[in-house]
Write a protein that binds this ligand. Structure first.
Ligand code: BT5
Length: 276
């Protein structure tokens, strides 16, 4: 894509700065690649995982032309207006059955980084949205893949940085710039997200994927779904209405309904909203 006048306010990412600060002996990240355009970073990274290492590889795109959401939905953002990237991880010593916590851990990393770097107080909407009030700032798509050296996870993150209201695909979306961010430097933001993700993954791996009290409390404190009146739409058109009361060891949402406690697995929530 050729640079247009508008791109002057949207400088490219610095691959050199990212590598210099992230690819170090004391970090998880082994490789950070920045490309101008891809279909989907999740899809490309999954393909790369068949050819090379399966932990610590990050693929970042300035533009995605076939960005994926969950359940065949799409993710779209103008070139250089967002951070769109995927990280390949193979959680050390964590049974695959517990990888369901990965989207929650990644969401916490994004929320903590934007708070620290951009002074934007974002919260989490279970299972995979980072929100400001009711508007989506970032979305996460964690996919499990099989590789020649075993299972791995592709942690895909799309974070709106400088998108204007008119550029966002829905009314219920927002960007850091729209939320009055103190900085929109994507290189600095990406470094912070990946550092946080590294730290949180290490913490989670140190308990073999069993969420520690501290991790659980961090998630509960950041998650707007917990303590809220929610309506959870399940595949097949059934809806569960009640109060979000917590998450279990597998990261599933617990909803207290009039008929009792209901536990909902990752990926089942289509819509959560506050009831009047
Ligand atoms: C998600 O799905 O929120 C997961 C999004 C993951 C995107 C990243 S970008 C890097 C990596 N590579 C990929 O191909 N994907 C990942 P879901 O919960 O299904 O939400 C999708 C819905 O969000 C869409 O149907 C739109 O309504 C909305 N949406 C699309 N683009 C958006 C944007 N830029 N900002 C906010 N909402 C958006």
């Amino acid at each position: 894509m050729s640079a247009s006048f508008g791109d002057l306010t949207r400088p490219p990412l610095s691959a050199k700065a990212l590598r210099a600060s992230l690819v170090r002996d004391d970090s998880r990240w082994r490789e950070v690649t920045v490309v101008a355009e891809v279909g989907s970073t999740n899809a490309d990274l999954a393909a790369m995982a068949h050819r090379g290492p399966v932990d610590g590889v990050v693929l970042v795109a300035e533009l995605q032309v076939a960005g994926r959401g969950r359940l065949d939905r799409t993710w779209s953002a103008p070139s250089r207006s967002a951070l769109t990237f995927s990280a390949l991880v193979r959680p050390a010593g964590v049974p695959v059955a517990r990888w369901t916590w990965l989207p929650l851990v990644a969401g916490l990393a994004v929320a903590a980084a934007v708070d620290q770097i951009a002074n934007v107080a974002a919260r989490l909407k279970w299972p995979n949205d980072v929100v400001v009030a009711d508007r989506k700032l970032a979305g996460l798509l964690v996919e499990r893949i099989e590789t020649p050296s075993g299972p791995a996870a592709v942690v895909g993150i799309g974070l709106n940085v400088t998108a204007t209201r008119a550029e966002l695909p829905t009314q219920r979306a927002t960007s850091l710039a729209l939320e009055g961010a103190s900085t929109t430097d994507r290189t600095v933001l990406l470094k912070a997200v990946l550092r946080r993700l590294d730290g949180l993954l290490q913490e989670w791996e140190s308990t073999a994927g069993e969420p520690s009290q501290a991790l659980r409390e961090a998630y509960t404190g950041a998650c707007v779904t917990i303590g809220a009146r929610v309506r959870v739409e399940l595949p097949g058109g059934v809806a569960v209405v009640g109060e979000g009361v917590g998450v279990d060891d597998s990261g599933r949402l617990r909803v207290q309904t009039a008929d009792g406690l209901c536990t909902i697995g990752a990926g089942d929530v289509v819509h959560v909203r506050n009831e009047p």
